[in-house]
Ligand binder design. Structure first.
Ligand code: PLP
Length: 417
């Protein structure tokens, strides 16, 4: 049998060499920002220079009172949880489907993560959260998966009704919004990553946002000890005597990373607008293709398009496995099509099935298992992720990716055993 599919000996659709997608966009402006910072200082102990500039710019961009930079998103989440006074034994409702660092810092504070399932978009489902609330629940944590806002209004109303906190991990969703309100401004605090591929990138870095003064001071005490705390904690603040040591962790961002992020932040809205245009074109081209379901966003939802998440429907292709479809796309040259590994249902990881060997405190406290979160697991199993490009000149490559999808879907029968 001869087939045009590259996997079966045909000509690949995309001959260009990889990578086909890189992030963040680095310009001469980025290089200049880094070199200028290199000349002016590579460790900053207080809130001055590029640290103050970037924190001010973030507070303004998000419309919040306080922003604190950190060395990573994981550190930002750890500081946020500590600053919101999560205590040992508190139950924190978290998404079953998220990147694990949304939850792992809670294990270092002795809190109990209570996993909840997602909705059809992969975002935390308020209905499942409602069923998990007990009198030990302290907070709900929401991730806006792949850049598309979760039902933040629904979750906030639920949290308010029960007198518990809503906290956000918008690490995929810088600049995304719902009814004009940006993700990261819905709860008591938010913790973002600025890791390499994130919509706002520092290479490595993160930040905490809050409007609450006490959360701000405690965020400083958690990971920005000594000079910064001594300068900023008011003399009459009850925790001011702890300023020198804070809680003893050091989560400061590197000034060179901050200079990259400050440069990137100046372009963020322009990058997101470009992504929105290209995502719309990709969705239009993929809509109705057998085997592929495209995301449907409400008209008031603006995604950061950290990824375009497609759902594979093997039943529309006579049961062809996702593995085989994916292999055929890669053979066509679609090397940026991904099946996410480390971002997936947490109940599939040994850490959440049997935490005891690494965290003795949790021996026998919780044990999740495959099958516990059917929606999250099904979405994860059927996910094909594409990056979303942002420049007009990327369109020819985007169109070739779309042509490769059409080719594989048109000839799927050649792939059946
Ligand atoms: C990337 C990411 C983190 C962790 O951020 P780091 O900067 O890598 O420590 C946490 N949560 C989510 C949802 C992420 O995507």
């Amino acid at each position: 049998m001869s087939s045009p599919l590259a996997l079966l000996g045909g000509k690949p659709t995309i001959p260009e060499s990889t990578p086909h997608f890189t992030w963040p966009p680095l310009t001469n402006g980025t290089t200049k920002a880094v070199l200028d910072q290199l000349a002016s200082g590579i460790s900053i102990y207080d809130r001055s220079g590029v640290i103050a500039q970037l924190e001010d710019a973030l507070a303004e961009y998000f419309g919040v009172r306080y922003a604190v930079l950190t060395s990573s998103g994981t550190a930002a989440l750890h500081s946020m949880y500590a600053a919101c006074r999560v205590r040992p034994g508190d139950e924190i409702i978290v998404p079953a489907y998220t990147f694990f660092a949304t939850v792992t810092p809670l294990l270092h504070l002795g809190a109990t993560p209570v996993l909840a399932d997602c909705d059809a978009n992969g975002n935390l489902d308020p209905r499942d959260v409602a069923e998990k609330i007990t009198d030990r629940t302290f907070a709900i944590v929401v991730t806006h998966m792949w850049g598309t806002p979760a039902d933040a209004f629904g979750l906030r109303a639920l949290a308010e009704r029960h007198g518990i906190h809503l906290l956000e991990d918008p690490s995929h969703a810088h600049g995304a919004s719902m009814a004009g309100q940006k993700t990261g401004t819905f709860g008591r605090a938010a913790a973002f990553s600025m890791n390499g591929p994130k919509p706002l990138s520092a290479g490595e870095g993160g930040f905490v946002l809050t409007d609450v003064e006490d959360v701000y001071y405690r965020t400083l005490l958690h990971g920005q000890y000594n000079k910064r705390c001594r300068n900023e904690l008011p003399k009459d603040y009850q925790l001011a005597p702890y300023g020198v040591t804070g809680m003893g962790l050091k989560h400061r961002i590197h000034p060179l990373a901050a200079s990259i992020a400050l440069d990137q932040l100046g372009h963020l809205d322009e990058y997101l607008a470009g992504r929105a245009r290209i995502a719309a074109s990709m969705i239009e081209q993929l809509d109705g293709m057998p085997g592929i379901a495209v995301p449907r966003l409400g008209s008031d939802v603006r995604s950061s398009w950290y990824g375009l998440i497609l759902q594979y429907r093997s039943e529309e292709l006579d049961g062809l496995s996702i593995e085989r479809f994916y292999e055929a796309l890669h053979a066509e040259g679609c090397m940026e099509v991904d099946r996410p590994g480390s971002t997936g249902p947490l109940n599939l990881f040994p850490l959440f099935q049997n935490p005891g060997p690494l965290f003795p405190h949790y021996e026998g406290k919780f044990s999740y298992a495959p099958g516990d979160f059917p929606r999250a697991e099904e979405i994860h199993r059927n996910t094909l992720k594409l990056p979303v490009w942002h420049r007009e000149e990327d369109m020819p490559l985007v169109d070739r990716y779309m042509a490769a999808f059409r080719k594989v879907a048109d000839h799927y029968r050649d792939l059946l055993e």
